[in-house]
Design a protein around this ligand. Structure first.
Ligand code: ZN
Length: 98
């Protein structure tokens, strides 16, 4: 009977120790991920992107994003989208080239 209680205690201690280690590991991992994210934000904040309309480079924070393209202003975005739309309309008349 004594042996069973000792086994139970050992099992409980191991279980709690494992749980504690797991929590420490999780916290450590979260901290690392936050640090990595900060690095990415710091590097990405001043990245230069190219306007798809006039090819001028502008900071990402000032650029406008639409359909996976970057634009220096909403005017250029509108002109680009307008041209895209006209192209799509023209393509619609022809048979698709494959
Ligand atoms: Zn532009």
């Amino acid at each position: 009977m004594n042996l069973l209680i000792i086994r139970l205690i050992i099992f409980a201690v191991l279980f709690l120790a494992g749980l504690k280690l797991y929590r420490i590991y999780r916290e450590w991992k979260l901290e690392r991920e936050e640090l990595l994210e900060d690095d990415r934000e710091g590097a990405g904040g001043n990245q230069m992107v190219r306007c798809a309309w006039c090819q001028v480079h502008v900071p990402e924070s000032e650029a406008q994003r639409e359909r996976g393209q970057w634009f220096c202003s909403s005017a250029h975005r509108d002109r680009y989208l307008q041209e895209q739309q006209e192209q799509e309309d023209r393509d619609g008349d022809d048979e698709p080239h494959s």
